[in-house]
Structure formats: C-alpha cells, structure tokens
Design a protein around this ligand. Structure first.
Ligand SMILES: Nc1ncnc2c1ncn2[C@@H]1O[C@H](COP(=O)(O)OP(=O)(O)OP(=O)(O)O)[C@@H](O)[C@H]1O
Length: 311
C-alpha cells in the first residue's frame, strides 16, 4: 500500500454568463488526475502556466474544493477530512509557496510566524515552544537573532527558508512545494534546493514539487508527471522523461529549459525552433478533436503516455 494515493481527481470551475447568470461552461482545471506517492520520494508536477498544477496541489492539501475523486492517506480515505484544520492529515501534509512573503503576515515577527503552526497542532509549554522555534531556525541554518524581525527584513532566499521552517514545524510527512524557487536568483535557487534535499534525507519527507520548468526539477525528482490542460500527458521516472520522452508536449517543455552555458546557446535555440515547428504541425495527433489530452497508456512498468491507438 502506497503512502498516499490520489484517484481520479477533478476540480472543475463553473463559468457563468448570460442573462440569468447560469452556468454556461466549465474550466476543467484538474481533469481526472491519478497519482501515487511513496514515502521519502520526490515527485515532480510540471506544466505551463494554467495547466492545473497549483490547483492539484491545493486540492490535495484541502485548500481547494474538489469536484470528484478520492484521496487515500496511509490507507485511509481522507477526502472529506482535508478541510478539517485539526486533522492529522492537515498536520502531516504541508505546502510551501513561490512567494513565502505573501503567505506570511507582514505584521508578525518570525517568532510568532513559527509559533502559529506549533500552537495549532502541538500542545507545548512556553518553554518547549521556544526550544522548538530555535530548533527550527537551526534546521534552516538561521541564527536566533532573527526571532524579533519582520518578514520584509529578509531576502527572498531567507524568506523561503522561513517558509520551509514553518512548514516543517510540526514534523510533517509530506511537503507540497509550489514553485518554491521560481522567484529566486539562480545561485540562491540551487542553495534552497540543496537544502530542501538535506532536510528530506534527514526526516524522510515525501515531496511533491510543482514547477513550470523541467530544468528545476531534474536533479530533485524520482518521478515526474507532465500536465497540460488539467490532464497528464506523460508520467515516468526521471530517466523516462529526460531520456525517453514520448509526448510532443514533453519534448516542447524539454527544449524550453533555459540554458546557462553560452557555448551551446545557439545550438539549443535551433533545436527549440525545430521542436516548436513540429509541435505546431503535429500536435493534432496528440490531442483529440476537442484539443483534449488522450487517456494515459502504459508503455513500460514506470512510463505512461497519453495517446490514441494510432500513435
Ligand atoms: N477560482 C477559480 N475560478 C475559475 N477558474 C480558475 C480558478 N482557479 C484557477 N482557475 C483556472 O484553472 C486553470 C488552472 O489553474 P492553476 O493555477 O492550477 O494552473 P497552474 O498550472 O498552477 O498555473 P500557474 O503556474 O500560472 O499558477 C487555469 O485555467 C485557471 O485560470
């Protein structure tokens, strides 16, 4: 039995219009997503803006209402517990966001920001709480001098560290990280990613890493799902996705990975143009007549691709 299982998750938003403001259509933000997580592993969820990645993450954690589907956690159906603030599920599964700043109250000091989850989920004395907060700062490599500071006094990288400290405060089992490094400079990105890897190894955390950039998740993820218009176009191990990509959309994302080596920049630009041309020409073979992604089919024990019988 896997650590967590998501079965046929759907999040559809009604679009209203017309004279009576009735539902005229729906946005299929998440459209039949199935995922399985094993303990201690890192999963990537990658797609362009609007593909439904954040909605999937928020639905799993309970920040978004789901239209249908089931979530099993440690063998138990938690679909209806996700929005119960005091449930074990809510303590065990935490989320960090691209912009930690906007998720932190600007009028609260670090001390209070870190104390909040502890007060929600753990019954500690004042002294124990202080001790835990100091431990958390040590985990993210920050000194106790910051306790009385406010969020605006920190750099982007430091704020992400505080966001991580807050997420790990109550010993979670899984962290959903929504574009955790996208707002940071390249050098700081690597630092934050390495440091997330370290805490994962130390505490056996499971990660779901959400990103629009296949380059960012490359060195982190054991397993990757590529999302387009609310559906998965391809899922597989890191090797399957980077060495043996099958779907035209995966190839397009691979060719879009930003390149920092000046020697190969021109070469990569040519490849990117070629991929884009074939995407424009051949994409109709990869989507149905309504532009929808086909159902996934297994092509190996680990690798699934959305395709019609014809491909
Ligand atoms: N509350 C809402 N009401 C209506 N549509 C919504 C709502 N929230 C999201 N959507 C739509 O659902 C789709 C998926 O959005 P989502 O934010 O999950 O994508 P994303 O892949 O995370 O993109 P980004 O990286 O830009 O956040 C988009 O088309 C978006 O406009």
């Amino acid at each position: 039995m896997s650590f967590m299982q998501i079965n046929d998750l759907n999040v559809h938003y009604p679009i209203r219009g017309g004279f009576f403001n009735t539902v005229i259509d729906k946005v299929y933000a998440v459209d039949g997503v199935t995922m399985e997580f094993e303990k201690g592993k890192t999963y990537g969820l990658v797609g362009e803006s609007g593909s439904g990645k954040s909605t999937t993450g928020k639905a799993i954690i309970g920040l978004e209402k789901i239209t249908s589907g089931q979530i099993f956690y440690e063998g138990e159906d938690v679909t209806n517990q996700r929005r119960n603030r005091n449930s074990a599920y809510n303590k065990d599964i935490q989320m960090i966001f691209q912009d930690s700043h906007s998720s932190m109250n600007p009028r609260k000091r670090v001390l209070d920001i870190l104390a909040e989850p502890i007060r929600n989920f753990m019954k500690l004395s004042d002294q124990e709480e202080r001790k835990r907060i100091k431990e958390l700062l040590a985990i993210v490599g920050m000194s106790e001098d910051v306790l009385l500071k406010y969020p605006h006094e920190f750099s982007g990288g430091q704020k992400q560290r505080l966001g991580i400290a807050r997420a790990v405060a109550c010993n979670p089992k899984m962290i959903i990280a929504d574009e955790p490094v996208s707002a940071l400079d390249l050098s700081v990105q690597a630092q934050v990613l390495n440091f997330m890897k370290d805490i994962q190894n130390e505490y056996g955390l499971t990660y779901l890493f959400i990103s629009h950039d296949l380059g960012v998740v490359k060195h982190m993820c054991d397993h990757i799902s590529i999302m387009y218009k609310g559906r998965f176009v391809e899922t597989g191990t890191r090797h399957d996705i980077y060495r043996n990509p099958q779907h035209i959309y995966t190839n397009r994302l691979l060719s879009a990975i930003p390149n920092i080596e000046p020697e190969t920049r021109l070469e990569r630009k040519v490849i990117r143009q070629k991929v884009e041309e074939s995407y424009q020409k051949e994409q109709h073979q990869y989507y149905d007549e309504h532009g929808k992604v086909y159902p996934l089919k297994s092509i190996s024990e680990t690798h699934m691709v959305a395709m019609t019988g014809g491909i």
